[in-house]
Write a protein that binds this ligand. Structure first.
Ligand SMILES: Cc1cc2nc3c(=O)[nH]c(=O)nc-3n(C[C@H](O)[C@H](O)[C@H](O)COP(=O)(O)O)c2cc1C
Ligand SMILES: [Mn+2]
Length: 523
């Protein structure tokens, strides 16, 4: 049963004992983030009854914002992430994806009949446009202000207040397809914000497509791209003018919010992904002032545009790397209309030193994408993105190795696979290593490598949040081939056996273990 909207989801969290209401007065400036950070770092040690992540928090008494509420930490634990996607295990989502990928060409009428339920289910993925919805309860075409909402400042050195959980909707000018991406927005004033889509993200490409189509000829387009590398470079020379429309939905059902962070191929609309996850179509309504659609159930909708020739300093911002991301140049979002529900609930998150809420969102992506990664990397067995590796710094993968050099082939495949291109360090192990067990990984990897031989460096795009790369967005990456080396890979020495006790003595020891344990003092 899909969650209808944010309120339905809040009610479900409440029923599951996963929500706490905070009625003490709290300031959206620094305090909400501080409280949420403390709660999100609560773990079994602090509260044995609790799982890691602490509860979701509904702040009901906000300094300066009477009557408004903020929802924080909604995805902030393994259990809530599963609840959000309505599964008992995240692997259920991967199995559903696999079942759609496993479709064979039907051999006869019976096979075709068997496919019908699947086709019927697919019908639920596609969004529906409806004539109106709760997000239109209040429509403000003028006299609106972003400052009417309890937008957070999270960290002391942040450049200001940031919208931290927005679903940013843009349209591909070539195909007309819509994209939903989560890109933070720094509030500049009542009607404008920054738009932090990083250079390699889909909405940034939409901007570039508008720019490309504003010049004549391919060489002019090549020249324009070189001059306007977005983000970190000030464009040299005259820029084409024009606008790109943008709509932002804040506070939706959890499947939709989650779909905005999913690293989907650019041509797949996140509305379809959300429909797949919730098994019910996303309902969309037309915007008032731009040619875009937004989820009808959104708590708050911001409509507006970015100017193609305008960039402004954005940041710094305390980021999920545990460091402030440096300020840089990004487009400016100009708001033309705000619509919202009555007494809107503002949904936000805080990112900073892990673990925080985004860790569990990232872990869900890791599980859900494994079968999709296996499509292009069939030898892949398992993947672990350790939380402290902040997703783009470290990926550990196990493979079923069957030919020389295969670990390096896998690294290169990962570096060319969507947003996995950002991975700064890839560790490849054999399938007998459990990548989820960092102790096992550490033991095997560092025993098994000859660093000079087994480390592969490459250059390419890196995450915009990487503060160590020699240039913004461009730097080096490293892969460690920690698989066992074969003679066909030039390894001429014998390979030692791993230590395991054979069966006979342990069986004898097992038999007398009770007595032995007493003598050792552990029984
Ligand atoms: C809480 C949170 C905040 C994020 N903020 C940004 C951001 O400011 N800029 C950005 O480019 N990506 C950000 N991301 C990652 C993107 O949402 C993610 O890469 C997504 O796949 C982008 O969608 P797209 O592939 O449609 O561009 C954030 C993710 C999360 C979970
Ligand atoms: Mn996308």
């Amino acid at each position: 049963m899909a969650y209808d909207d944010l309120r339905d989801w809040i009610a479900a969290l409440d029923r599951a004992g996963e929500l706490k209401r905070i009625t003490t007065e709290v300031d959206p400036i620094l305090e909400v983030a501080e409280i949420t950070d403390r709660v999100s770092k609560m773990g079994p040690a602090q509260s044995p009854a609790q799982q890691p992540g602490g509860p979701a928090l509904l702040f009901q008494n906000l300094k300066g914002y009477p009557g408004l509420q903020i929802l924080m930490n909604q995805f902030g634990s393994p259990r809530r992430m599963k609840l959000a996607l309505e599964v008992d295990a995240l692997d259920e989502v991967s199995s559903r994806i696999r079942s759609f990928m496993d479709v064979k060409s039907p051999q006869g009428i019976l096979d075709k009949v068997k496919m019908l339920p699947m086709l019927a289910e697919m019908g639920k993925f596609f969004p529906k446009t409806v004539s109106s919805g709760p997000c239109k309860q209040v429509i403000k075409r003028d006299n609106f202000s972003l400052l009417d909402f309890p937008i957070l400042q999270c960290w002391p050195k942040d450049g200001g207040r940031f919208v931290t959980l927005p679903c940013v909707i843009t349209r591909d000018p070539k195909t007309g397809k819509r994209n939903v991406g989560m890109y933070r927005m720094q509030v500049y004033d009542a009607t404008s914000t920054g738009m932090h889509w990083q250079r390699q993200k889909v909405a940034a490409e939409h901007v570039r497509d508008h720019l490309r189509s504003s010049v004549e000829g391919k060489s002019a387009a090549v020249d324009l791209m070189a001059r306007t590398s977005g983000g970190s470079q000030i464009p040299e020379g005259a820029m084409p003018t024009g606008r790109m429309e943008v709509a932002v939905a804040i506070g939706t059902d959890p499947a939709l919010t989650f779909s905005a962070i999913v690293p989907a191929p650019p041509d797949i609309e996140e509305f379809i992904i959300a429909g797949f996850l919730r098994q019910k179509p996303v309902e969309l309504v037309k915007c008032e002032t731009v040619d875009l659609e937004v989820p009808a159930i959104s708590e708050i909708v911001l409509e507006g545009y970015v100017q193609l020739d305008e960039l402004r300093r954005e940041g710094p911002f305390g980021d999920h790397t545990g460091f402030y991301s440096l300020d840089d140049l990004y487009p400016v979002f100009h708001v033309t209309c705000i619509t919202h529900r009555k007494d809107p609930i503002y949904a936000a998150t805080v990112v900073g030193k892990p673990p925080q809420e985004d860790a569990y969102m990232g872990k869900a992506v890791e599980r859900i994408f494994l079968p999709l990664m296996k499509l292009t990397i069939p030898e892949l067995v398992d993947v672990n993105l350790p939380i402290e590796g902040v997703f783009h710094n470290l990926m550990i993968v196990s493979i079923r190795k069957s030919y020389p050099g295969q670990a390096r082939k896998v690294m290169n495949a990962i570096w060319s696979l969507g947003q996995a291109m950002f991975t700064k360090c890839i560790v490849v192990v054999d399938e007998d290593v459990n990548v989820q067990d960092l102790a096992d990984v550490t033991l095997k990897v560092f025993n098994n490598i000859d660093p000079e031989r087994d480390i592969q460096y490459t250059m390419g795009p890196v995450d915009s949040l990487d503060h160590a790369s020699r240039l913004p967005n461009y730097g080096s990456k490293m892969g460690i081939d920690a698989t066992r080396k074969w003679s066909s890979e030039g390894f001429a020495r014998p390979w030692p056996d791993e230590i395991t006790m054979d069966a006979t003595p342990p069986a004898r020891v097992d038999g007398t273990w009770k007595q032995l344990a007493k003598e050792v003092g552990i029984g």
